[in-house]
Design a protein around this ligand. Structure first.
Ligand SMILES: *[C@@H]1O[C@H](CO)[C@@H](O)[C@H](O)[C@H]1NC(C)=O
Ligand SMILES: *[C@@H]1O[C@H](CO)[C@@H](O)[C@H](O)[C@H]1NC(C)=O
Length: 505
């Protein structure tokens, strides 16, 4: 059973990879088939002036259905579809498809766009005919489809005089590169392109002209959600390709999309559920964007950081000088010479926003480094609520006389932080007593045989940019318990009040 599941999982996941590999190997008959298909496509396309790419202006009342097509060269069709030339225009561009049908996210995205921008023109670009080819054929045709869209944009500009700044292309997977080609082939630059997990195979490492790049629009923003590599290839592109590239949860895969969850799904819903698997993390990019449209007040924050490891240690939660930005629709248009790489953590479902805390702890005396990985969990108590049992991940061994930095992620807003409680559990490699002695002496700081002392914890909250210092509560009341509580330090307040008292007497 398990073998079958796992095997199917990888078969599907590697579908794209498989074809790409075949193409590279140039193995006889399969390749010939590809090329036949490919040539048919080109011929057909050349033979008839009817383009295969269609432009469906959807209505807010029926976001799922194609009821009116804007036909390039036919200005009457704009009127028929109630195109509003004074408002924003979105072009939603889908990716590679096995079924040849729109995936269910398309209607959801259209609906969310109308929710936010009532008078907008939301046009779904239908290139399904081309996109249902084998992956490498579809990938090679992204340029051709992009050119068709560029012609559409030029025509639209000509007949309606819409400012291209009001044009926003949103492309998913292969559609992100289609959007890039559309932008680069249009006579004038469009306002914005959003790339939702742009496809990796055939585009990773390619020259900027052959993939989505910052040159393709005034502003290009990208969400990377599934860049976990298999056989040296990944479904989503790993390299930054926009002005701002955000990697939620490290960008490799997304919470709620793990293989374990997948296997569970399969056991419940059968093998058909496998098709969801490669898509879950890939498609998360779309849902993060939809979330940003629907939950404007709860925009997720992304933080500029050199790499995911530093981010996971809480070292990148600053907001000054464009160091943080909103995820999704309300992103600030930051343009630098090089792509700005940002990270964020999210929840597993909508609303995706999570809250980031950096804990800085200074361990001040010597510690036997062979015994430094107890399982610690943290509770955070704030004015609006409590989050419990957050795992404190020790990325490095605790070393002495050094400040260590940790990232904690809370799934809800707890208001202003009041209290931090550390708890630890017995682990197999630790006896209860040594554990207790060890950890309680860590945090207490005043035990005689203390090896390591922690007197204070400094905390920076990403979402509010507040900084605060926490001190141990009940310094002398530590006994045989397996938790330690820190509260906001009163040091400064004490000093001030003493001075005041002296002055009064
Ligand atoms: C067109 O959009 C503008 C706002 O962008 C709005 O004020 C106007 O009412 C719209 N026109 C029609 C006919 O809906
Ligand atoms: C750490 O710093 C303290 C005080 O500054 C010093 O006494 C101690 O020797 C230092 N320990 C190490 C391992 O450097």
């Amino acid at each position: 059973m398990n073998w079958l599941h796992v095997n199917s999982f990888y078969l599907l996941l590697l579908n794209a990879v498989f074809y790409v590999t075949c193409l590279e190997v140039r193995s006889t008959s399969i390749l010939d088939n590809f090329m036949d298909n490919f040539e048919d496509l080109i011929e057909n396309n050349g033979a008839s002036s009817d383009a295969y790419t269609k432009f469906s202006l959807r209505k807010p009342s029926v976001p799922e259905d194609d009821i009116c097509y804007v036909v390039p060269g036919n200005p009457g069709s704009l009127k028929e579809c109630n195109f509003n030339s004074t408002s924003k225009t979105f072009l939603v561009i889908h990716g590679w498809t096995v079924s040849g049908l729109f995936e269910s996210w398309v209607g959801k995205l259209v609906s969310a766009l109308y929710e936010r921008e009532r008078n907008a023109n939301v046009i779904v670009v239908d290139w399904l005919y081309t996109a249902q080819n084998h992956y490498p054929v579809a990938a090679q045709n992204t340029k051709m489809v992009g050119e068709e869209i560029a012609h559409f944009i030029d025509w639209l500009k000509e007949v309606t005089n819409v400012p291209l700044e009001n044009l926003h292309l949103i492309g998913y997977s292969l559609g992100a590169h289609v959007a890039g080609f559309a932008g680069s082939h249009a006579s004038n630059k469009v306002g914005r392109i959003t790339g939702l997990d742009p496809a990796g195979p055939d585009f990773e490492g390619e020259h900027a002209h052959r993939r989505l790049s910052p040159d393709d629009a005034h502003f290009v923003d990208v969400l990377h959600t599934f860049s976990q590599g298999f056989l040296g290839l990944s479904i989503g592109i790993q390299q930054p390709v926009g002005h701002v590239d955000i990697y939620p949860n490290g960008g490799s895969f997304q919470p709620g999309c793990s293989q374990h969850d997948t296997l569970e799904k399969i056991s419940k819903f059968g093998l058909l559920a496998v098709t969801d698997t490669p898509r879950c993390s890939h498609e998360r990019s779309v849902h993060l964007f939809i979330d940003s449209l629907l939950n404007e007040r709860q925009a997720s924050t992304a933080y500029r950081c050199r790499n995911t490891d530093m981010f996971d240690r809480g070292m990148c939660l600053r907001c000054g000088r464009d160091q943080c930005n909103n995820v999704g629709y309300d992103i600030s248009k930051v343009r630098k010479a090089r792509s700005v790489v940002m990270y964020t953590k999210t929840r597993a479902s909508m609303p995706f926003r999570a809250y980031h805390y950096q804990l800085k702890v200074h361990f001040s005396t010597r510690l036997d480094s062979s015994a430094t990985d107890p399982l610690l969990t943290v509770d955070l108590m704030g004015t609006k609520g409590v989050v419990e049992n957050l795992q404190l991940t020790l990325k490095k061994k605790i070393t002495t006389n050094k400040t260590h930095s940790f990232l904690l992620v809370a799934e809800k807003d707890i208001g202003d932080l009041l209290m931090v409680k550390f708890k630890w559990e017995e682990s197999t490699s630790w006896s209860a007593s040594s554990m207790l002695k060890m950890v309680s002496s860590w945090w207490s700081g005043d035990s005689v045989d203390s090896e390591v002392a922690v007197h204070k914890i400094r905390i920076r909250v990403g979402e509010t940019q507040k900084k605060m210092v926490f001190c141990i509560e009940h310094r002398h009341a530590l006994s045989l318990q397996n938790e330690v509580t820190f509260v906001k330090c009163k040091d400064e307040w004490k000093k001030t009040s003493k001075r005041l008292n002296l002055g009064n007497h």
